[in-house]
Design a protein around this ligand. Structure first.
Ligand SMILES: Cc1cc2nc3c(=O)[nH]c(=O)nc-3n(C[C@H](O)[C@H](O)[C@H](O)COP(=O)(O)OP(=O)(O)OC[C@H]3O[C@@H](n4cnc5c(N)ncnc54)[C@H](O)[C@@H]3O)c2cc1C
Length: 448
């Protein structure tokens, strides 16, 4: 057998988590061999922007996460378009589908999530897509270009990915129906009231939203192409294409039965280390500390992947760094409605206090327990939501001024002087990290 190449730092996954780690490693060790493997054939791109590739043909060069010369400049060897087939954790080697074997000293699993596709009839028909990669967006684009006349799509799942796909399809002139199993769209990131504002905007744009139902079957034409779907109540909707967007699940195939402790995701400590020495994990594949719940959870958002990656990278390169914790935080602007939510969006029981305010197209809600903010949903006007997010992240006791948090004129001046003075010292980069999700933070929040 050929001798395996030896790499000091090996990263699987070339996205937010992998890049965060690579940058942190190079901040410490400029020369140690560093390789990134990815089964996607592209340099790192902003995954949330695949919708703009589909809607307006924004090319790869315009959605790159780092400049094209990033890898060369940082002496990073890339193995793109190759998939890690298996890992031998005791021998510290891995095998690529291309047949190569690579030996590593330290390994980062930044493999993200894969789209969930239920085993329903018709899932393999021509015209069925997922929407999590640039190649998915390209495949839909190709399909639309090949079709003549009005195209009708059914998007299965009204979460962030489903709504993102819907907006892009609509901009391409496609007629869209969303089928959402739960009672309201965006239910993992919005409460019913904020979701209703978003639903009004979607309906106004012509989207047909069906909630409380699932797709039982995707129907086929005689040519083996999608020609409709059947709902669980027997109703049928004719359509030419289907986008399956019911969620992503941590991509655990490489660690299954391999001694790496997992729950929903790979369990990591505050250094982002897994249960196997020398092996780290971050991003959508990992279950890392969530400061709202005070426990490890999967929080599949870009800034957390990047920050977790940085922490992992520092530890991998021999520094001591701890992940301060993240939480699910989403700032969106779909169909013109500004929305920001973070932490809990509905209180789990009556022991939580809810402070809210609503006006013309505006909704603000803060969830509080023991004086601390544990969740927030802002819709319509999110200008000051950043201040509240930081109060939540820093565990500031807001009991004395809680009503002011949702007031129209809320601002730093609404806070007691001791608190606003401390807030003003927050670095601008941290404030920026919670504005639009695609303006991604350059800085990680690290407690070294
Ligand atoms: C359409 C869409 C919109 C989104 N919008 C937002 C948003 O507005 N705000 C936000 O914060 N987040 C958003 N997200 C989520 C965000 O993109 C993810 O949280 C983030 O990409 C996670 O980064 P990651 O590095 O953990 O993994 P990923 O980005 O999933 O990357 C993992 C990489 O590892 C590769 N890989 C996996 N297994 C292997 C293997 N065996 N061999 C080789 N390579 C492998 C994968 O192919 C992939 O390239 C969105 C996601 C999607 C799909």
């Amino acid at each position: 057998m050929a001798r395996a190449e030896k790499i000091k730092y090996l990263i699987i996954g070339n996205s937010a988590g992998g890049i965060g780690a690579a940058e942190a490693i190079r901040g410490v060790d400029k020369a140690g061999t560093l390789t990134i493997v990815s089964d996607e054939p592209y340099p790192a791109y902003s995954r949330p922007l695949i919708s703009e590739h589909l809607s307006e043909g924004r090319p790869l060069e315009k959605i790159l996460y780092r400049p094209a010369d990033f890898y060369d400049k940082n002496k990073i060897k890339t193995l793109f378009g190759d998939k890690v087939a298996q890992i031998n954790f005791s021998e510290r080697t891995l095998e690529l589908e291309s047949g190569r074997t690579i030996a590593w000293q330290k390994l980062l699993l930044a493999t993200g999530g894969s789209p969930i596709v239920p085993g329903m009839e018709g899932k393999d028909l021509k015209g069925v897509f997922t929407f999590t990669t640039l190649d998915d967006a390209k495949a839909i684009d190709k399909f639309l270009k090949q079709r003549q006349g009005k195209i009708k799509a059914v998007v299965i799942g009204g979460g962030l990915i489903g709504v993102s796909a819907t907006e892009a399809l609509l901009k391409r002139g496609v007629e869209v129906s969303i089928v959402e199993m739960k009672d309201w769209i965006l239910n993992t990131i919005l409460d019913e009231e904020a979701a209703a504002l978003e639903a009004v905007a979607l309906s106004g744009a012509g989207v047909d939203i069906i909630t409380g139902h699932t797709v039982a079957r995707i129907n086929s034409s005689l040519l083996g192409e999608v020609n409709g779907i059947s709902l669980d109540d027997g109703r049928s909707i004719p359509c030419d294409m289907v986008v399956v967007a019911i969620g992503v699940t941590p991509r655990l195939d490489l660690v299954a039965g391999n001694g790496v402790k997992t729950n929903r995701g790979i369990i990591v400590d505050r250094r982002m280390a897994t249960s196997v020495p020398g092996v780290y994990a971050c991003g959508d594949v990992a279950e890392a500390y969530d400061f709202v719940y005070g426990e490890n959870r999967v929080t599949p958002v870009w800034p957390n992947a990047y920050t977790g990656g940085r922490v992992a990278g520092l530890n991998i390169a021999g520094k001591k760094a701890e992940y301060g914790g993240g939480t699910a935080m989403n700032a969106l602007k779909y169909f013109g409605v500004n929305i920001l939510s973070a932490g809990m969006v509905t209180p789990p029981d009556d022991s939580y206090e809810v402070i809210s305010q609503r006006g013309d197209g505006i909704y603000r809600k803060v969830i509080i327990k023991g004086g601390e903010i544990l969740g927030m949903v802002f819709a319509g006007d999110i200008e000051k939501a950043g201040i509240i997010y930081n109060l939540m992240k820093d565990g500031v006791n807001v009991a004395a001024f809680k009503e002011a948090l949702v007031a129209d004129d809320f601002g730093l001046a609404s806070l007691p002087e001791k608190i606003w003075r401390a807030r003003l010292e927050i670095p601008a980069s941290e404030e920026a990290s919670i504005v639009p999700p695609v303006e991604l933070p350059e800085e990680a929040v690290i407690d070294e």
